[in-house]
Design a protein around this ligand. Structure first.
Ligand code: HEM
Length: 370
């Protein structure tokens, strides 16, 4: 779905890096901004129909507001935790958390309302039932689809429902995927032999006459193993949001009464030495022959499991695969000193130090992206 957007943004990512390097060898580039711009624009275009990041984006007030909201939400996520565990802190107005929550919620709501109103204005009086070939052919963003549904079922698809749906997709999908992409690329730079093998796999399968596509990602097992191994070592959601047991059950010998609040520690599951040999080592080939869920079972659960598991899993894997694959295919990379792999704090697990790397465009790149 909307694969053209992912292809466009991949092209933009490669062009941006070509521009930053000035097409010269061994230019030192800051990789994170390029990766985040790619991933966030993939999602905002699919969800809200436009790009919000990067130099080409004109409406800077709107962009700043979106960034401000995202930063405030991630700061607040921590502080609300303190109140969950020490509820009496609420009496002292702990760091004004409740006021700040109300304020960020208001900002978020008015931002989303603007998105809806703007789209509604652009959709004008178009009748979705008209067989207008151009409209039928044009792939629509989520907001357009939902606003169309609102016309036929206004009581169900209210503005409130649509705004909440868009928000959960944007918040659930953006920093998780962007952070995973940054970790994957950092691990590759830190393990040049893996990077080389991945480049050979892409060269053999895709060649040098065209840019990697989404369907290539599905046919590149080594690249997919690199992504899995990244999720294992650095799960973007290291503690899954709380769930409540609907009935009493026993897990690992522990009796869990109905109604218990449960937290799943993905990091512990992924780094358990009883399940994984040398868990601290980056070894994509540990997944040889284990590439499907049936084989892996509960040993790796970066997207949760069951009814409330992440609905964005496939999208995340193909967007990360495309972004990562295009960097591997189009450029040669070297580290700048030792890469600091420390993890920071956050709802998603960020890398503390921004990633710098020496980047050299490969000889054929200019030809395939112009
Ligand atoms: C590497 C990328 C991603 C990771 C690691 C990730 C991980 C997760 C996890 C662990 C959950 C909670 C599952 C549970 O409660 O058991 C979740 C929920 C969710 N994710 Fe993702 N996610 C990613 C990308 C995305 C993308 C791209 C989207 C959509 C654009 C998305 C949308 C959602 C939504 C809507 C939920 C809530 C589902 C529900 O509550 O029923 N995620 N994700």
């Amino acid at each position: 779905m909307l694969s053209q957007i992912r292809a466009d943004e991949t092209l933009n990512l490669v062009r941006k890096l070509l521009h930053v390097t000035g097409e010269e060898p061994d230019r030192i580039v800051e990789v994170k901004p390029a990766l985040f711009e790619y991933m966030y624009n993939v999602l905002t275009r699919m969800i809200m129909g436009k790009r919000y990041y990067g130099k080409s984006v004109k409406d800077s007030e709107e962009v700043n507001l979106l960034e401000e909201i995202a930063t405030e939400i991630s700061n607040l996520a921590f502080e609300t935790n303190v109140i969950d565990y020490l509820p009496f802190m609420r009496w002292f107005g702990f760091q004004n958390v409740e006021k700040r929550l109300a304020s960020v919620n208001e900002k978020r709501d008015s931002f989303m309302q603007r998105v809806l109103d703007e789209q509604r204005g652009m959709m004008g009086n178009h009748d979705p039932c008209l067989d207008d070939a151009a409209t039928v052919r044009k792939k629509r963003s989520m907001v357009e689809v939902l606003l169309d549904l609102q016309r036929s079922e206004p009581k169900y698809y209210t503005d409130e429902t649509i705004k909440s749906l868009l928000l959960v997709l944007l918040q659930g999908g953006s920093s998780t995927s962007a952070i995973a992409l940054e970790w994957a690329f950092s691990l590759l730079l830190d393990n040049p032999q893996v990077l080389k093998k991945a480049q050979s796999e892409i060269d053999a399968h895709v060649g040098t006459d065209r840019l990697i596509t989404e369907s290539d990602v599905a046919a590149l097992p080594y690249l997919r193993r690199i992504i899995l191994e990244t999720f294992r070592l650095h799960p973007p959601v290291s503690i899954i949001m709380p769930h409540r047991s609907s009935t009493a059950c026993t897990v690992g010998g522990y009796r869990i009464p109905a109604g218990t609040i449960l937290l799943v520690n993905t990091w512990e599951i992924h780094n358990n030495p009883k399940t994984w040999a040398d868990p601290e080592k980056f070894r994509p080939d540990r997944f040889l022959g284990l590439d499907c869920k049936k084989h892996l079972g509960f040993r790796i659960v970066p997207f949760g499991w069951g009814r409330r598991a992440c609905p964005g899993e496939k999208l995340a894997i193909s967007s990360i695969g495309l972004g990562l694959g295009s960097l591997i295919q189009c450029f040669d990379w070297k580290t700048v000193g030792k890469i600091d792999m420390s993890e920071g704090l956050g709802v998603t697990t960020p890398k503390v130090q921004p990633l710098l790397a020496k980047c050299t465009p490969r000889p054929f790149v200019k030809k395939i992206v112009h």
